[in-house]
Design a protein around this ligand. Structure first.
Ligand SMILES: *Cc1c(COP(=O)(O)O)cnc(C)c1O
Length: 394
């Protein structure tokens, strides 16, 4: 890399850079660091060698993140026609994509097939029947449910077939002429420990070999889903440590089984920060209330929907700090980000930064009260062109 290139590298999370980007693009901002996306991808690759990583677009459906994952040799996990269209517009090879929504309209299946995506997920007989007209091209992963009441979001409650009913479902697929490519599961996002993954891998290994013995389909793929945890206000185990028992469980699978995973949060979460500005302030009951231009109806929607607590800080530093309240911009009383944060005295225009805000934040933001969603700016777009910035317009 030439020295001039190197000097143009943006460390987007340095206070000076944050101020510069807000100066250029306004506030509120979501700053996505593609270099960090690549690093997260590589760390997970190292923790799960031999596992093909399909980035799940749901937590942050941004072209720059998709591009960074693909440049690292990654794959994609799509769930809606909107996501299918996003990657189609980018010219992504559909063979790199799977469609993993367990419940689909016929149009969802047709739209994905039209774009060349062929692998789908199903978890019940009615869903399998939808594939009969497309049995020549489409194939399915059968999603198995493993309940995890401990997970922050237990995705096996809403979706998945009981392990006990799985072989009957696979027989149904054979009778309908629908090809079963393999099995999938998702133990729930931000998993507290790898125990559920291990239990699910071991159960799926038994089910896959039973299904192969009965010749119920190729059954040569196991999709271990997402759920890989990251640091928030409280920290998570390192990914290498978290994945160690998962590696051990996967090592016992037959070599011909292709293993894939669908990480979303792990790739996107740490790769972005949210930046909001103080719009105004008021002294109420002995405390400063600072009203920001982003809140629970915006990027901080993850506090409600995803139960996340983001590490927050003020860019202004000061020796004297006192308990304060950070509120969102809307006229709704629940729109309060935190009621107890130590801050120096702030004024209009001062910036508040939330870390680890890439996943399930901007993606679930609304424009309630007509406060616009944060502008998404991605930096360090490719390893060879580190200084450039892309703005996502909607
Ligand atoms: C949301 C989702 C993911 C991503 O999960 P993370 O916990 O963010 O890694 C993967 N696969 C499916 C089917 C999902 O619904």
């Amino acid at each position: 890399m030439s020295p001039s290139r190197k000097s143009s590298f943006i460390d987007p999370f340095q206070p000076r850079e944050i101020r510069r980007l807000v100066g250029e693009f306004g506030s509120p901002l979501l700053i996505v660091d593609c270099e960090r996306v690549r690093r997260q991808y590589r760390e997970l690759r190292r923790a799960l060698p031999g596992v093909d990583l399909h980035y799940a677009l749901k937590p942050l459906p941004h072209p720059a993140v998709v591009r960074a994952v693909l440049e690292e040799g990654g794959f994609l996990d799509l769930a809606t026609t909107g996501e299918v269209e996003l990657v189609a517009r980018m010219g992504v090879d559909p063979d790199l994509c799977i469609h993993t929504h367990p419940i689909k309209r016929d149009s969802d299946i047709r739209d994905a097939l039209k774009r060349g995506v062929k692998v789908f997920v199903a978890d019940n007989p009615d869903e399998l029947r939808k594939f009969v007209p497309y049995a020549q091209t489409a194939e399915v992963l059968l999603r198995v449910s493993f309940r995890s009441p401990g997970a922050v979001s237990d995705l096996s409650r809403k979706f998945g077939c009981d392990p006990e009913s799985l072989l009957a479902l696979a027989r149904r697929a054979r009778d309908l002429g629908v090809k079963v490519r393999g099995l999938s599961f998702h133990v729930g996002s931000q998993a507290p420990d790898p125990g559920k993954h291990v239990e699910a891998i071991e159960a799926c290994a038994r089910l896959l070999s039973a299904a192969r013995r009965e010749r119920l389909g190729p059954c040569d793929t196991l999709d271990i889903g997402g759920g890989f945890p990251i640091d928030y206000a409280s920290s998570a185990p390192s990914i290498g440590y978290f994945c160690k028992p998962i590696r051990a469980a996967l090592a016992k699978l037959p070599k011909r089984v292709r293993i894939i995973a669908e990480p979303g949060r792990y790739i996107a979460g740490p790769s972005a920060i949210g930046v909001a500005s103080v719009m105004g302030r008021a002294r109420r009951e002995g405390r400063w209330w600072y009203y920001l231009d982003d809140g629970l109806y915006g990027s901080y929607s993850g506090q409600l929907f995803d139960h996340a607590r983001y590490p927050l800080e003020s860019l202004k530093t000061g020796k004297h700090r006192e308990p304060a309240v950070l509120a969102g911009p809307t006229c709704d009383s629940i729109d309060v980000i935190t009621e107890n944060i130590l801050l120096p005295e702030l004024d209009s225009g001062d910036l508040i930064v939330g870390r680890a805000m890439g996943a399930y934040t901007w993606a679930s933001a609304s424009e309630f009260n007509f406060f616009p969603r944060a502008t998404v700016v991605s930096v360090n777009l490719t390893p060879g062109d580190r200084g450039s910035v892309m703005r996502l317009d909607h």
